[in-house]
Write a protein that binds this ligand. Structure first.
Ligand code: MN
Length: 353
């Protein structure tokens, strides 16, 4: 290669490295999860929106199976190509939440062990969130503690509801307390709406990422607030993807309807603060799958750039789109550095460079 060409390549590499890029909602799978979900699929009798996607995910010729199972091959090449320094990995939705409790525990342990091993091999390229089985709260607490304290994972991932139940249900509070005590965040990732809500989303198949995921996961986040979780566990930090699952857009009306409307519900929790205050203090959002400047600018204005983290949503959405979006976002370099890496380093305890 000519010296001139070498110089120009070095320059473009240097340019790429203007910001460290940590992508914070990047999915992976392990063979144990695939096998367990194939068993669930084999027992399926009626249409289930989550299992509908699992049919594709478990198909070796489908678009997601290989990219989910691959960590050190094609994925790292794509990261290098697009200038992505690190994937914060999490087991793909629905995690272990559709499995029987004992199987869920087994698969979570197997996955967390493999995740820790790949991070150990590539500590500057990967970090990760532990999978836990919420259907068995004591086992979930045990695995959360093992994942963070022993395996040094960076937080916990739960894929919205478990058997139609939300984490605002008091039986889950010991798990939320254990997570808050370890000072790591809980990332609540979408899955299709709870059975009680699902029928209305069936028409035109609105039940997946087009709308249903956001309705399900936004409601889950809201119910943590209105259920009084953050008055009881003020140190709990929750991360929502997809620019906050639409909650930032609704904060004014949540406050108005909770605090000011002259209709009172005696069976609502008495909160110490208006709902928006909890959202601003206890939540962080990521840009996963929402590569759109108007939403980004709005969320910076409402929540502050300290509360937003960059994400791709690999392999479901593409890495070049997400990189191009944040590279070109019409925001200050100070805010861009926070969103690309500084907030993730702070919140997920990732070593800064
Ligand atoms: Mn995702």
């Amino acid at each position: 290669m000519s010296p001139k060409r070498q110089l120009s390549q070095a320059k473009s590499k240097a340019k790429k490295r203007d910001f460290r890029r940590i992508a914070t909602e990047e999915a992976f799978s392990v063979p144990e999860q695939m096998e367990a979900m194939k068993e669930v699929l084999a027992r399926q009798t009626e249409y289930d929106p989550d299992l509908f996607l699992w049919k594709t995910q478990t198909d070796p010729n489908g678009p997601f199976n290989k990219p989910l199972l691959d960590l050190e091959g094609e994925r790292m090449k794509i990261m290098d190509r697009d200038g992505v320094d690190m994937h914060l990995l999490s087991m793909t939705s629905t995690g272990v939440q559709m499995l029987a409790p004992e199987k869920a525990r087994e698969v979570a342990i197997a996955s967390n062990d493999q995740l820790a091993a790949v991070i150990q091999r590539h500590p500057t390229r990967f970090s990760g969130l532990a999978t836990v089985p919420p259907q068995d709260v004591p086992a979930a607490i045990k695995e959360a503690e093992r994942g963070v304290k022993k395996l040094k994972l960076n937080g916990i991932m739960i894929n919205s509801h478990t058997n139609g139940e939300y984490l605002s249900d008091r039986k889950y509070w010991p798990l939320l307390e254990a997570i808050a005590d370890m000072k790591v965040p809980l990332y609540i990732h979408p899955r299709a709406p709870i059975p009680a809500m699902a029928a209305a989303y069936r028409t035109d198949h609105l039940e997946h990422a087009i709308w249903g995921y956001q309705a399900e996961t936004g409601l889950h986040g809201l119910r943590l607030i209105t259920g009084g979780v953050f008055d009881a566990i003020p140190n709990l930090k929750v991360v929502l993807g997809h620019m906050g699952e639409a909650l930032p857009y609704w904060l004014y009306r949540l406050d108005y309807m909770w605090c000011k409307v002259p209709v009172k519900f005696s069976d609502r929790a008495k909160l110490k603060k208006p709902p928006s205050e909890y959202f601003k203090q206890n939540f962080m959002i990521t840009t996963s799958g929402m590569n759109w400047n108007p939403t980004l600018k709005f969320c910076i204005e409402v929540l502050g750039a300290d509360n937003i983290m960059w994400a791709i949503d690999y392999p479901y959405q593409t890495s070049p789109d997400a990189v191009k979006f944040m590279n070109g976002a019409p925001i200050s370099d100070v805010d861009k550095a926070k969103i690309f890496h500084k907030n993730a380093e702070r919140v997920f305890h990732i070593k800064s460079e």
